[in-house]
Write a protein that binds this ligand. Structure first.
Ligand code: GLV
Length: 328
């Protein structure tokens, strides 16, 4: 029996590609070429499975080019690069990588929050530019983290990890808003209080966004929402670009409508809205919230495990849809 043909769409850990090669006929991309949708379509046309990294769009056009395709394993927890309905209709299984990145990503959310509140990168740029020649009482004075109000929009596993860090580590008063409310047990464990989105915007000192990107969450934070925030507040986005209206945020930062922002994700990344690069009160990182060596390896292995389990008949381990079995 010929093994299933798998495409690994971006360069990933060689040991994971090697593991896949023990089960499948693998085409990988060690040069890490960013294929255009047409180039990707050309490569998937004879494949049974694909390992994507979150930056390859899996839509009806790609699916139409891949008659044999049965599974796409995303090496990311977010899967807004998937057209899930089109995949389900085409009988293609989608999977993601939840859980293995929760704590690492929550760590980074907190790192970005603290860097933003305490103006870490802004002050480093000043020092590196040779501008530090005397002390002054208000030099890079930022906002307190301990004892302040932490607002979380989107209270999935990562949001809960951030809540725990804030409540138990920094004595923060944690409030959250989510599509559904947590169980009383989880609320108690996270020491988090459910509030309306309006109250969240009005009262958070640090507002962290951890919600999935969907048509409903597009520009969930725009000029109108920013206008409701405290002028001393900080906004942190570790979720997805497009949840924040970056142009409106850049203007608000310029006008000091809010104190500062910390952004790991951007609309249209890897492009960054030029106005964000012009304002000093924003910490900018290139979508690295899950980027520790052990966590990225765990994500790659989970994506590989999904492919292996799917083709050996156990079924996907972390499915994002339930397609009917693919026509022969
Ligand atoms: C990263 O953004 C992920 O979704 O895993």
């Amino acid at each position: 029996m010929t093994p299933p043909r798998i495409l690994v769409a971006r360069n990933i850990f060689p040991e994971v590609v090697e593991r896949l090669s023990q089960h499948f006929d693998v085409e990988s991309n060690p040069e890490d070429i960013i294929w255009t949708p047409a180039e990707l379509a050309e490569r998937v046309k004879d494949k049974d499975g694909v390992l994507t990294t979150g930056s390859q769009r899996v839509d009806a056009a790609l699916l139409a080019a891949a008659p044999r395709l049965r599974i796409v394993a995303n090496m990311a927890v977010g899967y807004n690069n998937f057209d899930v309905d089109a995949m389900t209709a085409a009988g293609v299984q989608g999977t993601n990588t939840p859980d293995v990145l929760t704590e690492t990503t929550a760590d980074f959310g907190f790192a970005l929050l603290m860097a933003t509140a305490r103006r870490v990168t802004e002050s480093e740029h000043y020092l590196r530019a040779g501008k530090w020649n005397r002390w002054s009482y208000d030099m890079f004075a930022g906002s307190d983290v301990h004892g302040s109000t932490l607002g979380i929009l989107g209270m999935g596993r990562i949001g809960q990890g951030i809540a725990r860090r804030g409540a138990h580590g920094f004595g923060m008063n944690v409030i959250y808003h989510n599509r559904s409310r947590l169980s009383p047990e989880l609320e108690a464990e996270c020491k988090a209080r459910y509030v309306s989105k309006e109250e969240l915007l009005r009262t958070a000192d640090h507002l962290v966004l951890v919600l999935p990107y969907t048509p409903e969450s597009h520009h969930a934070i725009g000029a109108a929402e920013i206008a409701q925030m405290k002028s001393t507040a900080n906004l942190i986005n570790i979720a997805r670009g497009g949840i924040v209206d970056d142009a409106a945020l850049a203007q608000a930062l310029k006008d000091k409508r809010i104190a500062a922002a910390g952004l790991d994700v951007f609309e249209g990344e890897p492009k960054v809205h030029p106005a964000l690069l012009e304002v000093p009160n924003v910490v900018l990182t290139p979508h690295i919230a899950s980027a520790t060596v052990p966590t990225r390896l765990a994500m790659a292995n989970l994506a590989a495990d999904n492919l292996i389990a799917f083709f050996d008949g156990r079924g996907a381990l972390t499915p994002v849809n339930r397609p009917a079995p693919k026509r022969a």
